[in-house]
Ligand binder design. Structure first.
Ligand code: HPA
Length: 269
């Protein structure tokens, strides 16, 4: 574990005792989940060594540690993206800090565009697998053999079945599919969306994949859920916008919060 992550974890431990079980990353419009944490201690990213500050208008930037439905959680409320700096390792220290706090698993969330007619804006999609269309990896530059991380089972099957069960018990429809990472920050072209569909993608987005790769490199189990905010470029008559992501995000976010709370409830019982 790197020194920076240990320093950040030590700063958290001054206020929060005992190991944290689940680490989370909240995507656009999901900040409301962090507001539900009990006995929350909040750490602005500026105060934590190695943490980035997101420039995305819908992203807060704080680590929130506390209890949610009986489980000790550490929530990265706001992520930094590859497209902000061209640095695919930008979430490395925050995720390493969650690991240093004791997290055994990461639950990642994002906003995404749907490539499937049967997965509409406002719905949720559990990520089964991904296509790294950006071609970037946060492991580039590591010189030891642990960089050759296997991604055959990148998205933990036990977590996925537990999340599927939690969604059913919360009465929320949870679709599933393959997420393709496009670097952004521009949205895709209709031709890219058609290509991604042919390649086997069900959704597209600008995040999460580097975090999944980092998690597997760290030996942490990981699962990810997308809130669908729009159909991919060219699938409807209208242009895409971040405004739409911000407006539709909270609809899926309310559902996702229910699923995550049910998932944690099951874990605690
Ligand atoms: N493409 C990429 N990222 C996104 C989209 C999209 O259509 N919607 C939300 N995030």
């Amino acid at each position: 574990m790197t020194g920076l992550a240990q320093d950040a974890a030590n700063r958290v431990r001054e206020k929060v005792k005992g190991p944290v079980k689940v680490g989370m990353v909240l995507g656009s419009g999901l900040g409301a989940l962090a507001d539900e944490v009990e006995d929350a201690e909040r750490f602005p990213y500026q105060k934590l060594p190695g943490f980035p500050v997101s420039s995305v208008s819908s992203h807060a930037s704080e680590l929130v540690v506390g209890t949610l439905n009986g489980v000790k959680v550490a929530i990265l409320a706001g992520r930094a993206h590859y497209y902000e700096s061209g640095d695919a390792t930008v979430m490395k220290q925050p995720l390493a800090t969650l690991k240093a706090l004791g997290c055994e698993q990461f639950l990642l969330t994002n906003a995404a565009g749907s490539l499937r007619d049967d997965v509409a804006p406002g719905e949720l999609m559990l990520i089964d697998d991904h296509i790294n269309w950006s071609g970037r990896s946060p492991l580039i530059g590591i010189e030891t053999d642990d960089r050759f991380v296997g991604l055959t089972e990148a998205y933990d099957s036990q977590m996925r079945s537990d999340l599927t069960r939690a969604a059913a018990s919360a009465g929320v429809t949870l679709k599933s599919g393959v997420y393709a990472w496009f670097s952004g920050p521009n949205f895709e072209t209709p031709a890219e969306i058609r290509a991604a569909r042919i390649l086997g993608a069900d959704a597209v987005g600008m995040s999460t994949v580097p975090e999944v790769i980092l998690a597997r490199w760290m030996g942490i189990r990981v699962a990810a859920i997308s809130t669908i905010t729009n159909y991919g470029a060219g699938m409807t008559g209208s242009e895409l916008s971040h405004e739409e992501t911000k407006q539709v995000g909270p609809i899926g976010a309310q559902k996702l919060i229910k699923v995550i709370k049910a998932y944690l409830q099951d874990m605690a019982s």
